[in-house]
Design a protein around this ligand. Sequence first.
Ligand code: C5P
Length: 219
Amino acid sequence: MPAAEFNIIAIDGGAATGKSSTSRGMAECLQLMHVDTGAHYRTLTHALLHAGAQPGQDSEIQEALDTLELGTQIDGRSAQLSVNGQVPADSDLRSPEVNASVSQFAAIPAVRQKLFDYQRSLAPVAREKEYAGLVMEGRDIGSVIFPDADFRFFLHADEATRSTRRAKEGQTDSIAARDKMDSSRKTAPLVCPEGATQIDTGPFTLKEVISQVVAYIQG
Ligand code: C5P
């Protein structure tokens, strides 16, 4: 990647396909700012549950969303979403309660709307902070947030590999149920964006996947 260029890289895929580890590795190799948008939906889910809102309670959700002020805390290469000045602990974002309801909240248009402009605004932040580019991972990055990204990748892996990965992380997570809900929702569903480069991460080590993606970007 030429030093003078600023590249936006979109990484999409289902749960436990290796998006976060790959994106973090790419950020290190290519001096990029890394944004995990799954953490954004987890952060809002955590805040909404804390406010007593449940999926389906549209007016309560909108009322609670209106009280949430979004901000950014940068930690090394990672830009994290803060809500009312706080970045929740990772253990809160990956709790069984959040795992169980994040896809339901993420299907609500008002929740996605709250994040749309914020996520797009992170590209100028990465430029201002003089990163060589931005790598953003999620479900709708190459399709909705940055359809004009310089590079778009779609990761996938078989279900056994993905379940093993989550079990190794010690997490209780219904990967298949979340994928089903994420793929079938009306607003910004999980899809492989047209023209994205597809990578099956199952047969490869993390290092191999990062090398493949970095080699592709560097041409
Ligand atoms: O990436 P992670 O598994 O942490 O994402 C948690 C959930 O957030 C997903 O299952 C999905 O419901 C939602 N999500 C989304 N759009 C994104 C990123 C995540 O709907 N861009």
